[in-house]
Design a protein around this ligand. Sequence first.
Ligand code: ZN
Length: 176
Amino acid sequence: MLSIAGVPASRLCPVCHESHQDVAELLGPTAPDAWLAISEGERLEAELTPDVCILPDLGRTRHFVRGHIQLPVMDAEPPMFVWSVWVELDQESMAAIARSWSSPNRAAIPPLTGRLATELPYEEPTRGLEITVHTRDLGLVPLLMVSNTTHALATEQREGVHLHRIVELGARLQRQ
Ligand SMILES: [Zn+2]
């Protein structure tokens, strides 16, 4: 849980002058949006694990992996918020990840390019944004970097946010 950094714990938010306590450190769906959109029957043909999703779609196969987009939070403790999101990869990139999945050197594979497959509660759509996927050591999901430099998600990933913004995004996610 995130809280406003610094003592005393009751310090107030500089934006809304309220106290934000116990804000979620990580938010995100357990499946790609494309999985959530299909019927129970179609899901029988598909596969979903906590980290990977394979979906048959009109004669082809779609591949998704779960990863983390980290946002530095300037005034919180710990100073990091994570969007746990899904990225769609082409077959070749998915094969590269699958080959190295259990390898102790998997962080060494070159970065891959995919598309964000999760709609986040931003002003502009996030699904379809180009993402650079960096695999990490065993036990860590890939780290995702937003390639588009003008989208708010990219700006916030680069420059960080205040805890107030995380509270706001979390509330919007609830209403989605
Ligand atoms: Zn606030």
